[in-house]
Design a protein. Structure first.
Length: 51
């Protein structure tokens, strides 16, 4: 099988960079951080109905 070198567009590179920033930010979360972020999301979008 032949390896082909893949390149990404500037848009893809920017997306990957932004995604990695978010992952790095969230990796350090503890329960307190998670609960605060959950309240922030619920305030912005409303609570999800549980079935």
């Amino acid at each position: 099988m032949k390896d082909k070198k893949e390149t990404c567009t500037p848009c893809e590179a920017e997306f990957l960079e932004e995604t990695q920033k978010l992952v790095d930010e969230v990796e350090g979360y503890n329960k307190k951080d998670h609960d605060a972020k959950k309240r922030e999301v619920e305030a912005a979008f409303g609570k999800e109905d549980k079935k």
